[in-house]
Ligand binder design. Structure first.
Ligand code: MRU
Length: 342
């Protein structure tokens, strides 16, 4: 079942541009945009029109292919490698971006000496493969996730790890969406996820579209919900998982994990293996993206909610220590501590 009218990113029917759902406009407007310039690609990631770690990876694959169509034969290597570095600098934390760009660069280096059109065809094939593999991966992750809960359970989630952040079923939301398809009733609680409101704008939207009946809460209400025994599990996605299991995810994931530990609620992380960064020993090595204070003070408000000049700290992600994670679920199975992905 696909309840969104289109994948969040896909190649256009003509094959020379990318069609994205502009996630900044949801839930009020479901608008698609066509993208082909390098600057628009960079801006789409930077401003979160395209967002969610696996989705950014799928997008990056198509970006390299589409840019190859506008690059002359003799410049395929230099210009596309330069483009990969440029796109990679748009956001630092989700490893899927550099992972997908690395896959595309490998195709370029392995196809050196072949005719330019053949090389473009190989880039197209790799981009489509990254996309298809994400669809298959999400399905497997969702099946594993369903084994961790039962009918009637309350599940709390943070940010958006559904179809908009991936391909089709999602990771952290996969089990919930699969449960909906199978008629299994659950009680999803959705953190609104300040400051960019991915929970309120995107997760609540997706779960409603899928026919689930989510309950939206402000981030600071999670402890209350847990203290009342309303949730049986936390399900979240990930942007980068270190070899020791430390997990970077949307800011607020750490508070949720600490609350979960306090109230004895299991805390599960769902992600494709492309989100596991074997070269990263622990969370200390994960770069955390810092964003503008206006996102806190004014972006989603009619009028500013704070004095104009007040200083803001706006880290986009935090790192959940592996000791707080009950299990990490990838397409390869359910992993429990001690984690060793190295
Ligand atoms: O800043 P965002 O919206 O790109 O952050 C997204 C998240 O933190 C998601 O939880 C994560 O990418 C997992 S998506 C399957």
């Amino acid at each position: 079942m696909q309840y969104l009218p289109t994948d969040p990113v896909r190649l256009s029917d003509r094959g020379d541009s990318i069609i994205i759902i502009d996630q900044r406009l949801l839930p009020n407007d479901l608008v698609t945009r066509e993208i082909k310039s390098a600057e628009d690609m960079y801006e789409a990631i930077k401003t979160l029109a395209v967002r969610g770690a696996p989705c950014i990876g799928v997008f990056a694959g198509y970006c390299v292919y589409v840019r190859s169509l506008y690059t002359s034969d003799d410049k395929l290597d230099d210009e596309l490698v330069g483009f990969c570095d440029y796109l990679n600098s748009s956001r630092p934390t989700a490893v899927n971006l550099s992972w997908a760009l690395g896959q595309m660069k490998d195709v370029l280096s392995q196809s050196k000496g072949q005719p330019a059109d053949k090389r473009r065809e190989l880039l197209n094939g790799k981009a489509r493969q990254i996309h298809q593999s994400d669809i298959d991966t999400c399905q497997k992750i969702a099946e594993y996730g369903l084994t961790l809960i039962k009918e009637g359970d309350g599940v709390i989630t943070h940010c958006n790890a559904g179809a908009l952040a991936t391909s089709r079923l999602g990771t952290g939301l996969g089990a919930l969406l699969l449960a909906a398809q199978r008629g299994i009733k659950l009680r999803p609680y959705v953190d609104e996820t300040r400051p960019l409101l991915q929970g309120a704008r995107l997760t609540a939207f997706e779960l409603e579209q899928a026919g689930l009946e989510p309950t939206l809460i402000c981030d600071n209400m999670a402890a209350f919900v847990m203290s009342k025994g309303l949730v049986n599990a936390v399900f979240i996605g990930a942007d980068r998982i270190a070899a020791n299991g430390d997990t970077a995810n949307k800011i607020g994931s750490l508070s949720l994990a600490i609350n979960a530990e306090h109230f004895g609620v299991p805390f599960y992380v769902f992600a494709p293996t492309s989100t596991v960064d074997k070269s990263c020993k622990s969370g200390d090595n994960i770069e955390i993206e810092m964003r503008e204070g206006d996102e806190i003070k004014s972006l989603y408000f009619e009028k500013p909610t704070a004095p104009e000049g007040v200083k803001c700290l706006n880290p986009a992600f935090d790192v959940v220590d592996n000791s707080l994670i009950t299990a990490i679920i990838t397409e390869e199975g359910i992993f429990t501590p001690p984690y060793n992905f190295g």
